[in-house]
Design a protein around this ligand. Structure first.
Ligand code: SF4
Ligand code: MG
Length: 332
């Protein structure tokens, strides 16, 4: 069965100071199957958001996909005219962002903004469109949908605004929903409600989801498969159980060990030290080497390939390359 989304060799660059080009996403492959939820995990600055904006073709004027394919329902959407892309975006392919206030228009009512999506992609006439809009507002669990229809975004709480974003994204029953940190700015209770809303809609519509998050708790609850990004690359991918139970890459192991492990949310002492290197400042060899407690001589000079392991997961680390691990075992 062919995947809904198949990204191959995606590389995205931005124009930096003095017109330098900086690679932010470096040769990413990923696939999302029908009805599947793929999690993309990593600290901020790893290239997760730029990956999703590249897929949506919403990079803005400084960003550019320099190579690769984004096959969505069998078409490489990178080759489409913007006019054609606009028919897909918000329709078959929808996205919700972390901060709804920046993506909602402050001077338009909620009803008008959801209605515009329907106007763009459906043939519903005025009154039908209004009815459908009110239905969508009610479906995402916003009370008094009739009244909210006429409200402006600033009159709603953060959680309610995020629901409006979901209503807009779901308006045309997308095949794929890309959700970029959809719950990060919300408190825990509302976060849980939001995730269950996405889950319900996924179950009802058979939709696929690409969920970008730094929160492994969210991953455990929502995802079928996970891809871990570091410094613009995929460094590990596996089904969710394998990843959480038997992580392979030292970075993934560090992420999992940094998760609060009891009900009080107390953290273990171990967390990954240091920071994600900025794009343009990626070290030679393995990009994680400066932070890696397992780093060997070879890690400083040669970048490890992404290899498939026996349990089906993929990992980019010399420790998991039999020959290299034997030769380069001298620790730094
Ligand atoms: Fe650590 Fe080397 Fe593996 Fe990179 S390749 S994660 S430095 S052991
Ligand atoms: Mg981000």
């Amino acid at each position: 069965r062919s995947p809904v989304l198949a990204v191959k060799g995606l590389t995205t660059q931005f124009v930096g100071r003095k017109n330098t080009t900086i690679t932010v996403v470096d040769n990413i492959d990923l696939q999302v199957g029908k009805g599947e939820t793929l999690g993309i995990v990593g600290e901020s600055g790893c290239g997760k958001s730029v990956t999703s904006l590249s897929i949506m073709r919403l990079l803005g004027k400084n960003g550019r996909v320099v190579s690769g394919q984004v096959n969505f329902e069998g078409t490489d959407i990178l080759t489409l005219e913007e006019k054609e892309m606009r028919k897909i975006r918000g329709n078959r392919l929808a996205m919700i962002f972390q901060e709804p206030m920046t993506s909602l228009n402050p001077v338009l009512t909620i009803g008008r903004q959801i209605g515009e999506v329907l106007q763009l992609h459906t043939h519903l006439g005025g009154e039908q469109r209004k009815q459908r809009t009110i239905e969508l507002i009610a479906q995402v669990g916003i009370p008094r949908a009739q009244d909210i229809y006429n409200e402006y975004p600033h009159r709603l709480s953060g959680g309610m605004r995020q629901r409006v974003m979901i209503a807009m994204a779901m308006a045309c029953q997308p095949q794929l929903l890309i959700a970029d940190e959809p719950t990060t700015a919300l408190d825990v209770t509302i976060q849980a409600q939001m995730l269950s809303l996405i889950r319900d809609m996924r179950a009802e519509a058979g939709m696929s989801v690409m969920l970008i998050t730094h929160d492994l708790g969210v991953v455990a609850e929502m995802c079928d498969r996970v891809l871990v990004m570091y410094a613009g690359q995929v460094i590990e991918s596996a089904d969710v159980r394998t990843l959480l139970r038997r992580p392979k890459h030292p970075y993934t192991i560090g992420l999992i060990q940094s998760v609060p492990h009891n009900a009080k949310g107390e953290r273990r002492l171990y967390a990954i030290s240091g920071n994600v290197p900025s794009p343009g400042e990626w070290p030679q060899g393995c990009r994680f080497a400066p932070r890696c407690q397992e780093a060997m001589t070879i890690c400083r000079t040669q970048s490890p390939p992404l290899s498939r392991l026996r349990d089906g997961s993929e990992c980019r680390c010399w420790l998991h390359e039999p020959g290299a691990a034997a030769e380069g075992r001298d620790r730094m």
